[in-house]
Structures are given as C-alpha cells and as structure tokens.
Design a protein around this ligand. Structure first.
Ligand SMILES: Cc1cc2nc3c(=O)[nH]c(=O)nc-3n(C[C@H](O)[C@H](O)[C@H](O)COP(=O)(O)OP(=O)(O)OC[C@H]3O[C@@H](n4cnc5c(N)ncnc54)[C@H](O)[C@@H]3O)c2cc1C
Length: 348
C-alpha cells in the first residue's frame, strides 16, 4: 500500500465495522461519552439484517416498543443517533485491521479508503452479505467486467444493453432505476409473478407497456462473449423455445447469503471458526482496543438478539472511553437528569 493512502487516512476516535442495528446504536452510546465514530458497511444502506433481510417483518421484542418493523427500527435508530453526526461509508468492505499504536489501528477497505482510529468496534453481524450466484456455466469469466451482483455507481451502466435476472426487490428496483439510463433493458424472470413490492411491480409493468423495458420469462442457459466482455445471453423461454439476447451487461439478483468474509483474517481468535470471543465486562476481544458486539461475538449464554447487542455497546463504550480519553475520569450519568448529556443530544 502506498504512503498516500496513509497520509490521506480518515482519522476518528472509533471505527465501527458494520452499520447494522448494533453498530448504529454503538454510535449513540459512544456519542454520549463524546467519542466520534465512522461506520463502514458493505451494503448501500444502514440496518444490516433488519434492512436487508426483513424490512417489513414485525419485531416484537425490542424493550418498550411493542411492535416495529425491521426498517422501522432502522429509521428510529437513525433519528436517535442523528445528534452525534457519525459518518457512514457505504458500499465498502473492511479488509484489513492493523495495529499501529497502543491502542491505535489502521483499517483499510476494498475500495482503497484508509482509516486511523484509537478503537475498533466490530459489529459485523453474521459477516458479509454475499450474492447468491446463478448456475450459469462460465459466468466467473465475466464477473467484474460484464456481470455485476450489485450496482455501486449507476453512471457505470449508462448506454449499456442490460439484462437483469431475478424477481425480487433488487431486480425490480434496479430495473426501475436503470431503465432511464440504459440503451436497452430486459428483465428476465422464471415466471410472471414477482416477490417485490407491489408498487415496484406495477411501475415495471408500466415501463414494459411503454416499451422502455422488455420482460422475458425463462432462464439463461449460456453466456456468449470473449475476454470477459459479454455480447449475448441464450435464454430458454418457458414455452421451451430459445432466444439469444444481445446484451453487454448482466445483473443477476438472486438474493444474498451471509459469509464471515475478511473478519476471519484479522488475527483475532475465533470461537468455532466464525464468532469472536469477548469478555462480558466490556465486550473486548483478545486484542486490546478491538471490541466485538452484536451477532458476531460469542460469550457463554450469548443470545443473537438485538436487545443483547444494545446492552453490549453500552458497556463497550465505557471501556472505549478509557482508550480514547486516558486522562479523563468517566462519571456515570442518566439522560433524564444530566444537562450535559442532554446538551449532547441537542435537547437542553
Ligand atoms: C428473518 C429474521 C428475523 C429476525 N427477527 C428478530 C427479532 O424479532 N428480534 C431480534 O432481537 N432479532 C431478530 N433477528 C436477529 C437480528 O436481526 C440480529 O440479531 C441483528 O441484526 C444483529 O445486528 P448486528 O448489527 O450485530 O448485525 P447485522 O444486522 O448482521 O449487521 C452487520 C453489518 O455488518 C456488515 N459487515 C459485515 N462484515 C463487514 C466488513 N468486513 N466490512 C464492512 N461491513 C461489514 C454487514 O454488511 C451488515 O450490514 C432476526 C433475524 C432474521 C434474519
């Protein structure tokens, strides 16, 4: 890695890996104790599993909230942490964590960003969400050049002949978003029924009526092209007939699975190969200054519940304070009665 990335490093008190509900609430607990945070997430939005896997499902066991949807919880957390002005970096995966002080860490992402933080909080949940790859022979040869499992920059798809495969929310959302930019856009799904929001399905059908999108029912059986550049896809239609579709971009959206990903390479001892053991006094790992909270950690009696993660970040913040402000004494305070905490929250 060159020196420029180190000079340009983004400096922060605390670097949070993962912007799921627990990483988000960590911002609140750290903020009350005057610690600034940056969060990095592979996804293009906050909320982790709640936003990605069950945005419309109800959650019934958040204390004092009898009912809230996954997305509702994420929105409420965003509002709650707003006073602390944390910076979110979406669409980036933390690849390495390197100790540079006692404690101090240099953290790098797959998109070339470098961070320097006194404390690292791993809130990486079940690990990284990875796309489910479709069983298309030879697809690997086109990945990253003509085949993409996510859209990071819409502009990259301007004037392309796009084939989107899938029938869920991602397939429909990107059909709607990319249709105005694309030279041509075909949506391919196995059947004429979609698992996406009804409003998106209606909008997609309107674009098909308008001739802006082609809807094809069937499956891709072969890809055509050379040197990683796609020129066409052979599609077997539901009626058994075959058609070769000219396209230079394929976006398969067949859902996501969770894999531990780079967390496994950060030199931290793992429990049963996939969870990070922590002490229950501060949820610190075997590496002083690196904490693990939420679904990613393990300790006797651990429950993978949102309420457990909320408790963990409160205790984590107390210990993190010692690293960030070694000379300051921490005084325990309630938000109901402390004017200083209320000032930080912008309510006094
Ligand atoms: C269908 C379903 C229903 C559920 N219902 C409930 C319920 O009713 N009540 C309840 O308490 N819990 C429920 N859960 C569990 C709950 O969602 C999890 O406990 C919670 O999401 C854990 O939060 P987290 O922040 O630890 O992890 P996650 O929500 O998994 O977020 C982790 C984030 O870290 C990111 N990440 C991972 N690795 C990296 C990396 N290397 N670089 C950058 N980012 C990274 C991921 O992209 C992800 O966004 C449910 C889970 C599912 C799947």
């Amino acid at each position: 890695m060159n020196d420029a990335s180190v000079t340009d490093a983004i400096k922060t008190d605390v670097l949070i890996v993962g912007a799921g509900p627990i990483g988000m609430f960590a911002v609140f607990e750290l903020g009350l104790l005057e610690m600034k945070a940056h969060l990095i997430d592979i996804l293009d939005k906050p909320g982790g599993q709640c936003a990605e896997l069950y945005p419309e499902k109800p959650i019934y066991d958040i204390p004092a909230v009898p009912f809230i949807t996954g997305q509702g919880l994420v929105d409420a957390l965003m509002a709650q942490i707003k006073p602390f002005g944390a910076t979110f970096h979406y669409g980036e995966m933390v690849e390495t964590i390197e100790r540079i002080g006692d404690p101090a860490f240099r953290v790098r992402t797959d998109r070339g960003k470098t961070f320097e933080a006194k404390v690292v909080v791993i809130a990486a949940g079940g690990g990284s969400f990875q796309p489910k790859k479709p069983p298309m022979p030879g697809i690997e040869a086109y990945e990253g050049r003509s085949v993409f499992y996510s859209v990071r920059r819409m502009e990259d798809f301007r004037d392309k002949r796009i084939l989107i495969a899938g029938g869920g929310d991602s397939a429909l959302d990107w059909t709607l978003n990319l249709a105005p930019l694309a030279k041509s856009l075909t949506l391919l799904h196995r059947r004429d029924a979609f698992r996406a929001a009804p409003d998106s399905v209606n909008k997609m059908r309107a674009l098909v009526e308008d001739g802006q999108v082609d809807l094809l029912l069937g499956v891709v059986t072969a890809l055509q092209g050379a040197d990683g550049r796609l020129s066409g896809a052979v599609v077997k239609r539901n009626d058994g007939s075959e058609v070769t579709l000219a396209c230079d971009t394929l976006l398969p959206f067949f859902g996501l699975t969770m894999k531990l990903g780079p967390v496994a390479n950060w030199g931290i001892a793992l429990h049963e190969g996939e969870l990070i053991p922590v002490d229950t006094a501060a949820f610190e790992t075997s590496e002083p200054g690196i904490f693990a909270v939420g679904d990613i950690n393990w300790y006797p009696g651990k429950l993978k519940l949102i309420l457990s993660g909320f408790h963990e970040v409160a205790l984590m913040a107390q210990k993190a304070h010692r690293y960030v402000y070694p000379d300051k004494k921490l005084i325990f305070q309630y938000t109901t009665s402390s004017t200083s905490l209320q000032k930080k929250l912008g309510v006094a």
